[in-house]
Design a protein around this ligand. Structure first.
Ligand SMILES: Cc1cc2nc3c(=O)[nH]c(=O)nc-3n(C[C@H](O)[C@H](O)[C@H](O)COP(=O)(O)O)c2cc1C
Length: 356
């Protein structure tokens, strides 16, 4: 028995272990390190201009000749109501200033959003082999264009219904994201309360209900959890928090330390930073915003407003006013190079599954 399965063959990789895209944390160096080891690195370009996305893709290609994925945000762009946004910004500024954090607010008229549709051209032109997406579903025309270019598509689902929907529109691989997962929820069907299904429940139910390969995401940190996910029916795993403390992570020191020290109960789901549900280590900003009982604007408007605050917070190594996205198992993350972290995942799993 070896690692080869339908997923490794589809993605043309040696090990069905995908480094999860983590906007703000993942670097081309992290992506390339994982791909060079035989996994699939994922480069997040959500919210980025096509020019920036191109730069990141080219940088990654300069570091690896192996397949890697580019990750898109598939949400629709919101209308901007300058008066409402300005009022919201004023409320955030009060919180920041009360806590002694000084930064220049966003100039609302300069806010510019980029759709994933603006990134498609360059992804096809750069011959990226795999595209993953979250925060929604890319449209039929985009699916057709990617497929015509031979690009494989991975969609994110947080419930069986979402997984079935992705399969029904022709998505090739589904990431089943359990509630343990760090970062934003990929939820896109909003006609029922936010799905909060843990990986242990989600993976077998999704794999029973769809025929396409399923990747397990959420709480996968070591050989034990990879083995568990595969026994539950996943053909592969998507691993995020395990790379938060890696040498190639953009996480600032206080973030990496908070991850190392995080208790199982310490991460929470919050909308405070972006307006969309995401899991991170609780901090002051989160608590203060929750108190405001906001009517959250459509993504990514709140995200736009919190960027300068987060940047200022990061510059001063202050972990209270920046995002500390992390999954429920984050304290198992190791401080090593991404290549070493990846190799540990492989070796531990091989020992447990007797794959060698
Ligand atoms: C810091 C951070 C940033 C993330 N950013 C993205 C992103 O840009 N795109 C995406 O599809 N998922 C993103 N996620 C979610 C991951 O893809 C994945 O679902 C999650 O990390 C898996 O759970 P784990 O953290 O327990 O491994 C992010 C997660 C983290 C921790």
């Amino acid at each position: 028995m070896n690692w080869t399965n339908d997923l490794t063959q589809l993605l043309k990789i040696k090990y069905p272990i995908i480094q999860a895209p983590m906007l703000g944390v993942t670097t081309p160096e992290m992506v390339a390190a994982v791909s060079n080891e035989g996994g699939l690195g994922s480069l997040p370009v959500g919210l980025q201009s096509p020019e920036k996305a191109l730069e990141l893709i080219r940088k990654t290609k300069s570091l690896t000749a192996k397949p890697f994925a580019v990750n898109l945000f598939a949400h629709d762009l919101p209308e901007i109501d300058p008066a409402a946004i300005s009022e919201l910004q004023d409320r955030l500024l009060v919180i920041a200033r009360e806590h002694g954090l000084d930064y220049n607010p966003v100039e609302i008229e300069k806010i510019r959003h980029y759709s994933y549709r603006e990134q498609i051209e360059i992804i096809i032109a750069e011959h990226v082999p795999v595209v993953s997406f979250t925060f929604g579903v890319i449209d039929q025309e985009s699916i057709r264009r990617f497929h015509e270019a031979g690009i494989l598509l991975i969609g994110t689902a947080t419930s069986v219904r979402e997984a079935q929907h992705l399969e029904s529109i022709g998505i090739d691989v589904i990431t089943a994201q359990g509630i343990e997962a760090g970062g934003h929820r990929g939820t896109f069907l909003f006609d029922e309360p936010l799905p909060q299904v843990g990986s242990m429940s989600l993976i077998p139910q999704v794999t029973d209900q769809v025929k396409v390969p399923v990747l397990a995401a959420g709480g996968i940190m070591d050989g034990r959890s990879i083995k568990a996910a595969m026994i539950l029916g996943a053909l592969g795993v998507q691993v995020g928090s395990a790379f938060l403390r890696s040498d190639e992570s953009l996480g600032i020191d206080v973030y990496k330390d908070a991850v190392a020290d995080s208790a199982d109960t310490e991460t929470v789901l919050t909308r405070a930073f972006s307006g969309r549900w995401a899991r991170g280590i609780r901090n002051t900003f989160h608590d203060e915003v929750e108190k405001l009982n906001l009517d959250y604007p459509a993504y990514p408007l709140l995200n736009d407003l919190t960027v300068p605050m987060r940047t200022a917070s990061q510059k001063s190594q202050n972990k209270e006013f920046t995002t500390l996205w992390a999954g429920q198992s984050a304290r198992l993350a190791k401080s090593k190079s991404s290549a070493e972290i990846f190799r540990d995942l492989v070796i531990e799993t091989e020992e447990l599954l007797k794959l060698k």
